[in-house]
Design a protein around this ligand. Structure first.
Ligand code: ZN
Length: 309
């Protein structure tokens, strides 16, 4: 058994326009960083398309049809000022969500120990009925719902260390005590949600906001003192990660100042949770990260730790 890497070339064909930070070169940087010799034993898979059934577990038909039926034949169509559809966006979004479902299938059936989905568009800002914040379908939420519906597990934990709060994931699972959603994020910052007092219907949401310019000491204390004990109390049957790397010092979209070693450390911490509670079952999916150099390096660091887990 090994670590699976799931991606698809169609994810490069989601065109967001000149100068947009969520660009195809992000995925190229990640895949290039995973070409080194140490990554030769990754089990590489092409992402399937998510099915309608998989998407409709967390999204409304209006959202799914609204994206897939309104793709431009050429050029770009703006959903909001920073969320864009291009001719290839529907296929990219279907493959991104499908990647996480395949990752769940591989891990839950013991065909992989853990898995990383190198996909775009990202997902954690997408709500049940609204695409926003560079996100079309909520990939990690589609995967978590798939784990519960198709594999019969009751407790899924989603840990989101992207520097932005995953408002979409939080909203989708607000009323679902079987899904524990925990986020570390800069606050105040986009999208404006993620206050500590937002705790879900049954304490199943844990928001750990960090002040602008916070460094590793703040992040590591929140993870060690708040996040890990909460995960141990929840006893997940599957650990999922919204892996954004935009809390990095070099990232242009936020001010939190984590460094490469912090992404290795948090990956180790979460892999240890998976080892304690669920036979190491862990599925991670790429969210943000907009400094191409830091993104490639940190994704490789993250995957390296998954391979060692
Ligand atoms: Zn982000």
């Amino acid at each position: 058994m090994s670590t699976a890497l799931i991606s698809h070339a169609a994810c490069l064909a989601h065109d967001t326009g000149l100068g947009h930070p969520e660009c195809p070169d992000r995925l190229r940087a990640v895949m290039q960083a995973l070409e080194g010799e140490e990554f030769q034993f990754l089990a590489r898979h092409d992402a399937p398309r998510a099915t309608g059934e998989q998407l409709l577990r967390v999204h409304t038909k209006g959202l799914v049809d609204g994206i897939l039926d309104s793709l431009p034949e050429e050029g770009l169509r703006y959903i909001d000022s920073d969320t864009v559809l291009s001719p290839g966006s529907g296929e990219a979004a279907l493959r991104a969500a499908g990647a996480v479902c395949l990752a769940v299938d591989l891990v839950m059936t013991g065909k992989a120990i853990n898995a990383f989905c190198a996909v775009r568009p990202p997902g954690h800002h997408a709500e049940a009925d609204r695409a926003m914040g560079f996100c079309l379908f909520n990939n990690i939420a589609v995967g978590a719902a798939h784990a519960r519906a198709a594999h019969g597990i009751e407790r899924v934990a989603i840990i989101d260390f992207d520097v932005h709060h995953g408002n979409g994931t939080q909203a989708i699972f607000w009323d679902e005590p079987g899904v524990f959603y925990a986020s570390t994020h800069e606050f105040p910052c986009y999208p404006g949600t993620g206050r500590e007092e937002e705790t879900g219907v049954a304490g199943n949401i844990l928001n750990l906001p960090m002040a602008p310019y916070s460094k590793a000491d703040v992040f590591r204390a929140l993870v060690s003192d708040r996040l890990i004990p909460a995960l141990d109390a929840f006893r997940p049957e599957l650990v999922m990660i919204s892996a954004g790397f935009d809390a990095h010092l070099f990232d242009p979209l936020a001010t939190v100042r984590l460094e490469n070693a912090d992404f290795a450390w948090v990956t180790q911490q979460l892999a240890a949770v998976a080892e304690r509670h669920c036979k190491r079952r862990l599925v991670s999916s790429l969210e943000g990260g907009y400094d191409l150099g830091a993104l490639g390096q940190c994704a490789a660091i993250h995957v390296r730790e998954l391979m060692l887990a």
